[in-house]
Structure formats: structure tokens, C-alpha cells
Design a protein around this ligand. Structure first.
Ligand SMILES: [Zn+2]
Length: 480
């Protein structure tokens, strides 16, 4: 029944689709050889999904609705609770077969009202504020702030060499994001250790506070927040990020002579709070017990809208199922959307999912996560072994039509990575990365930075791969 519907619709659509590009000369004629029947069918399905998303997609509506209902979604906050309720309702409205809230326990940290990095020396700049955001998880400073001399440090080696000079000072970690790297994710990876480890390493040497250059690709006045870590037995010192523009100014000052600043934060820790992953199933027609997970994280930082990080991923995931339902493309296996809680500052949702579903992870045939923004799709990265990699490449090949068919080994997603040990082949959605680190974790990560068409293309690309994996006769080979 389902299959005949599929074939009939495809038969009507495809000749029209096939004619347009050739007739308009927009794409090269790939020669007289028609594709093999199996590939042709896959191409037809892919074309239907992409066309439906471009013409009538609702990915942007999901995103606009989410950021209106819950612009700030940091774990444990009222905004995160509103996002959970929003997601439950949205899944129900889309028509998922089953929608569940699955409990997890999350940390609850609040930024507070005061965050200030103010220059106090030299005299020529006294009183100048450097735009800053507390790092997520930071302890507060004493009221009135900490006033101390700045020591600029650009590498862990330098910190070790100058550790005798650090006591009583504010360490300023100033290693920039390497803009020469072709992948902005590598650029981020090469600088983010200052944010995650800086407070611990500086405190070990006796520092009283930490300021970092925002881990960002743009030179502007929007500081980037993000999680910082502490370590038991090491003094917890306050930590903030200054904008890249402020960092350039501070670099110039430090090069000329001693600089002092006042760092004031009134962040608060509220201990643990109950929260939820939101899970929705589109049940498979033949093997509903076999599961393909489409993941994204529902939480976000408490600045901006988290529109790219990771509202777009949530919109992608929801739209995958809406498209499949709309096109009557319910696959053989279950497609499960998991909107994880607490990716940004703890991964509690991801751990709870892997723990609570441990007995069925051997029936999770694939998991994909979208957490790199809502930009133009380029392809996928995967941890799949050679066998599964070859299959994924074949299944994604129809996406070459929109330049999104590449599948290469690489990082996948923080939430789904909790399933890696069980042998589940994982993939990360890979959109264009040029702009992501200009926006993420800032006041600037707002809805207007997301292109509706790019978001629709991304949702379609993920839907094509997910449908192909979930509807394939054989499950994807597992990782060993
Ligand atoms: Zn994210």
C-alpha cells in the first residue's frame, strides 16, 4: 500500500523534475546512461524530499516558534522548561506516533546581573569597559570585583614557564582562533581549551581570575560564552570572555606596559534540577524495534536565541519526520527524534539517554546529530567503519544534486557520541562552517542570522540520508 503510493507519486514528479535542469541548462547532462533501478529509485525519493522542503518546508517555522516560546534555554532555567513543553507540543502537532519526556538531572547555573571587565591602569584607559560575558559555570567574584595586574598568556608552555609570575594576577589567555585553518571547527578546537581548562590551570599557578579572548572567528564586539570547568582540590576562580575586538585592544595595551583590570561577576549556582530529553518516534512499517536516531540539543546558552546553536538542529530533526509524514515516506525502521537536554554544560541528557536505553542500543542502527548551525548543507562526517562508510556514501550520493552528498570520517555530535561504545554508527550533519563561530554562544545568535532556504536545504539533506538508512533492506553494518 505504502509502496504503491510512493511509486505513483514519484512517477508523476520525476519527469518534470528531470526536464527542468536540462532544459534550462543549469546542470550538465550526465550522459545517456540511465542510473541503475535501485539508484534511480533513491534519486527519485531524494528529489521529492528536497523539492517538498524547498517549496513547503516548515523548518524555519519550527525554529521561529521555538525561539519565540523559549529564546533562552539554559539547563535548569524556566526557559529550558518552556522549551521542553514546546517540543512536546510540536511533536504532537506534527503527528509523531509516540512522544515522551524522559527525565534527566541537570546542573542549574545562572549568569546573574553583573558582569564587568573594567580597565584600572594605565591611567590613559582607566574606567574603560571591555565587553564581556561570564563563562558558563563560573563562580562569582567578591562584590565590587577582583582588581589585579594582567598577565597575558598565549600557550600552556608559556603558562608553565611564567608560573612564578602568575600568583595574585588575572591571567589573560589570548591565543587567537587560527583563521588560516580551512575548517572553522578546527580553528575552534585549537583555541577552546583556553575556555575549558583556563580557570583550572591559572588557579594552579595562583591566579585570582581569568579572562579569555572569545573563541570566535569574527573580530567584533560580541563576546562568546561557553562552559568552563573546575577541578576538585583547585581553587575556583571567576572566569569571563572578552570580545575579540576588546582582546585586540588589550593585546596592544599589554605590549606597551603593565595593565590592571577589575573583574566582577555575580553568577550563581543552584545545584541540580530535574529536566527532560524530549523523544518522539515515527514507528517503522516493518522493523519498528530497529531505530534510527535524529538528534539535536534543546538547551542553549542564555544569550541570543540559540538560533544556530542549536535551535536549527532541533528544527532540522523535527522537519525530517514532518517531511517523511507529508510525503507518505514512512520507512521500514523507526525514526526517533531525540532533543537532548544539557549539551552545553554537562551532557546530562545524552548520558541519561544512553543509560536508560542501554538494552536497546544494539537495535539502534544509526544516529545522526545536527549541531553545527542551520547553514547550507555540505555533507556529513561519520565515525562509521569502512563497511558502513561505503554504504553511507552510496545512500548520500543523490544529495550530490544539491552539493551535499559528501560523507567523510570525522566528528559526529556530543550527544550521540554517548552511543559510540555500543557500536552504533554515528554521523554529524555538516553545513557550511564559514559563519558559525561568528555567532555561536553570543547575543548575535538570533533568528535573523538563519536563512530560511538554507535551513530547508539542511532539513532535506538530513531527511534524505535518514530515510535511506531507515528504509534500507539491510541494517547499516555496525562499528566494532
Ligand atoms: Zn550546540
Amino acid at each position: 500500500m505504502l509502496h504503491s503510493t510512493r511509486t505513483r507519486r514519484a512517477a508523476v514528479l520525476v519527469p518534470i523534475l528531470a526536464l527542468i535542469p536540462v532544459a534550462t541548462g543549469l546542470v550538465p547532462d550526465r550522459g545517456a546512461q540511465p542510473p541503475e533501478p535501485a539508484n534511480r529509485d533513491a534519486s527519485e525519493v531524494a528529489a521529492r524530499i528536497v523539492t517538498a522542503s524547498l517549496l513547503d518546508g516548515q523548518a524555519y517555522d519550527h525554529l521561529a516558534s521555538l525561539v519565540a516560546a523559549a529564546p533562552h534555554r539554559l539547563s535548569g532555567s524556566p526557559g529550558a522548561a518552556a522549551a521542553v513543553e514546546w517540543a512536546r507540543k510540536r511533536m504532537t502537532k506534527i503527528g509523531f506516533d509516540e512522544v515522551r519526556l524522559e527525565p534527566c538531572t541537570v546542573p542549574h547555573w545562572e549568569r546573574g546581573e553583573v558582569q564587568s571587565v573594567r580597565l584600572t591602569a594605565p591611567a590613559s584607559v582607566t574606567g574603560v569597559e571591555l565587553r564581556c560575558l561570564a563563562l558558563g559555570g563560573s563562580v562569582p567574584s567578591p562584590e565590587g570585583g577582583i582588581e589585579a595586574e594582567v598577565i597575558a598568556i598565549s600557550s600552556w608552555d608559556e603558562l608553565a614557564q611564567r608560573s612564578a609570575d602568575v600568583a595574585g594576577k588575572i591571567v589573560y589567555f589570548n591565543r587567537p582562533f587560527d583563521l588560516a585553518l580551512r575548517s572553522t571547527f578546527e580553528g575552534y578546537g585549537g583555541a577552546v581549551d583556553q575556555r575549558s581548562r583556563g580557570a583550572v590551570e591559572a588557579a594552579k599557578a595562583g591566579a585570582v581570575g581569568v579572562v579569555i579572548r572569545s573563541v570566535a572567528s569574527a573580530i567584533d564586539d560580541f563576546p562568546h560564552t561557553g562552559g568552563t570547568n573546575y577541578q576538585d582540590g583547585v581553587t575556583r576562580i571567576p572566569a569571563a570572555a572578552i570580545s575579540t575586538l576588546a582582546a585586540e585592544r588589550l593585546d596592544a595595551l599589554v605590549a606597551r606596559g603593565p595593565v590592571r583590570l577589575n573583574l566582577e561577576l555575580d553568577c550563581r549556582w543552584h545545584g541540580d534540577a530535574p529536566s527532560f530529553n524530549v523523544v518522539g518516534d515515527l514507528l517503522g512499517t516493518e522493523s519498528p524495534e530497529e531505530i534510527v536516531v535524529v538528534g539535536a540539543h534543546l538547551d542553549g546558552w542564555d544569550v541570543g536565541h540559540g538560533a544556530h546553536d542549536d535551535g536549527s538542529g532541533c528544527a532540522h530533526a523535527l522537519e525530517v519526520v514532518r517531511l517523511l509524514l507529508d510525503l507518505d515516506l514512512r520507512p521500514r525502521r523507526t525514526v526517533r527524534v531525540v532533543l537532548f537536554m544539557n549539551e552545553e554544560n554537562g551532557l546530562a541528557g545524552a548520558r541519561a539517554y544512553a543509560r536508560d536505553h542501554a538494552d536497546e542500543l544494539d537495535r539502534h542502527v544509526f544516529a545522526i546529530e545536527s549541531d553545527r548551525g542551520g547553514f547550507t548543507p555540505r555533507g556529513f562526517s561519520t565515525n562509521a567503519g569502512d563497511e558502513a562508510l561505503a554504504v553511507l556514501r552510496e545512500l548520500a550520493a543523490p544529495l550530490d544534486e544539491i552539493d551535499a552528498g559528501s560523507v567523510d570520517p570525522g566528528g559526529t555530535g556530543a550527544d550521540i557520541s554517548q552511543m559510540a561504545a555500543s557500536g552504533v554508527p554515528l554521523a554529524g550533519f555538516l553545513p557550511d562552517g564559514a559563519r558559525y563561530f561568528a555567532y555561536h554562544h553570543t547575543e548575535n545568535d538570533t533568528l535573523d542570522k538563519v536563512s530560511e532556504r538554507e535551513l530547508r536545504l539542511g532539513a532535506a539533506a538530513i531527511a534524505v540520508l535518514v530515510h535511506a538508512v531507515a528504509d534500507r533492506e539491510q541494517p547499516l553494518p555496525r562499528n566494532r
